[in-house]
Write a protein that binds this ligand. Structure first.
Ligand code: GNR
Ligand code: NI
Length: 175
């Protein structure tokens, strides 16, 4: 396993539309492994392949919470070529963050429940209902596959402000 670098705003790769994974090869498994290592190290609860500069429709996620014995057991999940089959009318608000927009958090409203279809690392297709944090996180990650960031849902004033802040920081870092 290896840590990969997470690309951050305003890196234009974040706006790419990622390509479907045609076959689960050794390379794809290695990418998923590296994405878990990178995601746990960050730490984050989800990661889209484009965040490590690979424009492929591949997501890693771990929403594990502390159980009754106070232990946290890893719950790594991989979603290949995920699609939203249907979304609820009901909406819910979560304060979102993004590893590609570090230390910036804002509330975003999204469908509260979604039904998703995806392929796993064995090539098996699944359909599953998501709600709560899972629904929010899978929608945030599928947005990444389409070049969409959570700041796109904010007012133009807030979005422009955060993009400007990161653009300035990148310019300073390049000097
Ligand atoms: O670690 C993350 N936390 C998070 C919190 C609320 C809503 C979405 C997320 S995903 C984010 C990691 C990330 O940037 N994934 O793309
Ligand atoms: Ni993100």
């Amino acid at each position: 396993m290896a840590l990969r670098e997470i690309i951050i705003l305003p890196d234009r790769q974040l706006r790419l539309v990622s390509k479907p994974v045609e076959k689960v090869t050794t390379e794809i498994r290695k990418l998923a492994d590296d994405m878990f290592e990178t995601m746990y190290d960050a730490p984050g609860i989800g990661l889209a392949a484009i965040q490590v500069a690979q424009p492929l429709r591949l997501i890693t996620m771990d929403l594990a919470k502390k159980s009754e014995d106070g232990e946290t057991r890893p719950q790594p999940r991989v979603f290949i070529n995920p699609e939203i089959v249907s979304s609820s009318e009901e909406l819910s608000v979560y304060e979102e963050g993004c590893l590609s927009i570090p230390e910036y958090y804002e509330e975003v409203e999204r469908p509260a429940q979604v039904r998703i279809r995806f392929t796993d690392l064995d090539g098996k297709v699944h359909e599953e209902d998501a709600e709560g944090l899972f629904a929010t996180c899978i929608q945030h990650e599928i947005d990444h596959l389409n070049g969409v960031l959570f700041v796109d849902y904010l007012s133009k004033l807030k979005r422009d402000r955060v993009i400007k802040k990161f653009t300035k920081a990148a310019r300073r870092a390049a000097e």
